[in-house]
Design a binder for this molecule. Structure first.
Ligand SMILES: NC(=O)c1ccc[n+]([C@@H]2O[C@H](COP(=O)([O-])OP(=O)(O)OC[C@H]3O[C@@H](n4cnc5c(N)ncnc54)[C@H](O)[C@@H]3O)[C@@H](O)[C@H]2O)c1
Ligand SMILES: C[C@@H](O)[C@H](N)C(=O)O
Length: 343
C-alpha cells in the first residue's frame, strides 16, 4: 500500500483498503471531473461523456455560474476553484472521481493582459491537479496548444519533439504543464495524457480570449452584419479544428490503452488556413460578406506559432483521424449557427 493511501485513510478516517480498491477499479465507465468546464470546450465534452457513459459519469466544475443553456442540458455542476486544493480533494472523494479533465486556464490573449492571474491558474492550478492525480491515483488529461511553440520552432510543419521557446505567458505555462505531467507520469506512475490542440472552432460555445478566436467570430458576423473586421493579417496561417473532432480526440485518446502509447504528449491537427482562405470559403455561402483588416497585438502572437502541425505520431500510435476539413467546417458552422441563433 502506498504512503499517500495510508495518509488519506488517516485523514478521512476510513479503511485504507477501501481507498486502494477504488483506485484499482478504474472501470470501463469512469467518473469524470472536468475543471474549467464552463468554457468553450467543457460543455460539449460533458455532453459527449454523459452520452457515452451515462449522465452520472460526469461533473462539470468552474468558478462561474452556469447559463440557461447548461442548465437545460441537466449536466451535474459544482463550484470548484482549481486554486482551492482541499475543496478539490473533497469533491474527488465525495464523488468517487476516476479521471480529471483539466480545462481551467487563461488563454493566450487574456493571459498577456493578466500575467499574475495566468500564473496562478495555469501553474498553481495545474500543479494542484497533478498532486490530486498522484494522491488519488486518477487518470488526468491536461490539454496543451500550438501556443506551446515559439518562433524558433519549425513552423511548417511543427513536429512533436522540437525546440519550444514560446513567447506568451500562456505558452510558457503550457510547456511547464507538459513537462511536469510527463515528470509525474515517470516519477509517480501517474496516467498523465496531453494533446496539443490547434485553435478550436465551435458554434454553441464562445472562445475564452485566444489568438485564434477570429475564426469563430467571422461566422457570427457573416450571418449577422455580413461585415467582418479581422485582427490578423490576411495571410496568417494557423492550425485549426472543428470542436467535434477535438472532443472526440479526448475520448479516443483517454480510452486508448496506456501501455500502447509511445508518448504522453501528442500534437493533433485537422486543417490549417488563413483569414483570407476562411473568408473566401464562407463567401461561397454568403456572397455579400466583406472583410477588413485592423491588425492588433495578437498578430505578433500568431506570427510566433506553428502554421501547420505535424500530427503523424498521433495518427500512427492511436489512430487519430479528424473528420472535418475547411469546406465541411464552414458548412457545419453555418448550419449550426442558423439553427441555434435563428439567423
Ligand atoms: N479553445 C481553444 O482553441 C484551445 C486550443 C488549445 C488548447 N486549449 C486548452 O483547452 C482548455 C480549455 O480551453 P477553453 O477554450 O475551454 O478555455 P476557456 O477560456 O473557454 O475556459 C476556461 C475556463 O477556466 C475557468 N477558470 C478560470 N480560472 C479558474 C479557476 N481558478 N478555477 C477553476 N476554473 C477556472 C474559466 O472560468 C473558464 O470557464 C484550456 O486548457 C486551453 O488551454 C484550448
Ligand atoms: C490556440 C489556443 O491555445 C487558443 N485558442 C488561443 O488562441 O490561445
Amino acid at each position: 500500500m502506498n504512503s499517500s493511501c495510508q495518509f488519506l485513510a488517516k485523514r478521512l478516517l476510513i479503511s485504507p483498503y477501501k481507498i486502494l480498491s477504488r483506485n484499482l477499479s478504474s472501470s470501463s465507465s469512469p467518473k469524470v471531473l472536468i475543471t474549467g468546464g464552463l468554457g468553450q470546450l467543457g460543455p460539449g465534452l460533458a455532453t459527449l461523456i454523459s452520452q457515452r457513459y451515462g449522465k452520472d459519469s460526469v461533473i462539470l466544475s468552474d468558478i462561474v455560474k452556469p447559463n440557461k443553456e447548461i442548465e437545460k442540458k441537466e449536466i451535474n455542476y459544482l463550484y470548484a476553484d482549481v486554486l482551492d486544493l482541499p475543496n478539490l480533494q473533497q469533491i474527488i472523494v465525495n464523488n468517487k472521481i476516476d479521471w480529471i479533465i483539466h480545462f481551467s486556464a487563461l488563454l493566450s490573449a487574456v493571459g498577456e493582459k493578466n500575467v499574475p492571474l495566468a500564473l496562478s491558474v495555469n501553474v498553481t492550478g495545474m500543479q494542484n491537479i497533478l498532486e490530486l492525480a498522484k494522491q488519488f491515483r486518477l487518470k488526468v488529461f491536461i490539454p496543451s496548444t500550438i501556443g506551446a511553440f515559439g518562433p524558433e520552432s519549425p513552423r511548417n510543419p511543427t513536429p512533436d519533439l522540437t525546440i519550444q521557446r514560446p513567447k506568451t505567458i500562456y505558452g510558457v505555462t503550457k510547456v511547464y504543464a507538459e513537462l511536469l505531467g510527463e515528470y509525474y507520469s515517470k516519477k509517480f506512475n501517474i496516467d498523465f495524457r496531453c494533446l496539443r490542440f490547434p485553435g478550436i472552432i465551435s458554434a454553441d460555445t464562445q472562445p475564452g480570449g485566444g489568438t485564434t478566436d477570429y475564426a469563430v467570430k467571422i461566422f457570427h458576423d457573416a450571418l449577422e452584419t455580413k461585415k467582418f473586421e479581422c485582427y490578423l493579417k490576411a495571410d496568417t496561417r494557423l492550425p485549426m479544428m472543428y470542436i467535434d473532432d477535438c472532443l472526440n480526440s479526448v475520448i479516443q485518446f483517454m480510452e486508448y490503452p496506456s501501455e500502447k502509447l509511445n508518448q504522453r504528449t501528442y500534437n493533433i491537427s485537422a486543417m490549417s488556413f488563413t483569414p483570407e482562405e476562411i473568408f473566401l470559403e464562407i463567401k461561397k455561402h454568403i456572397p455579400e460578406l466583406q472583410i477588413d483588416y485592423k491588425i492588433d497585438s495578437r498578430q505578433e502572437i500568431a506570427d510566433s506559432w506553428p502554421q501547420v502541425f505535424d500530427d503523424s505520431n498521433a495518427r500512427k500510435d492511436w489512430n487519430w483521424n479528424p473528420k472535418y476539413d475547411l469546406p465541411n467546417l464552414v458548412e457545419k458552422m453555418l448550419s449550426e449557427l442558423r439553427t441555434i441563433n435563428k439567423y
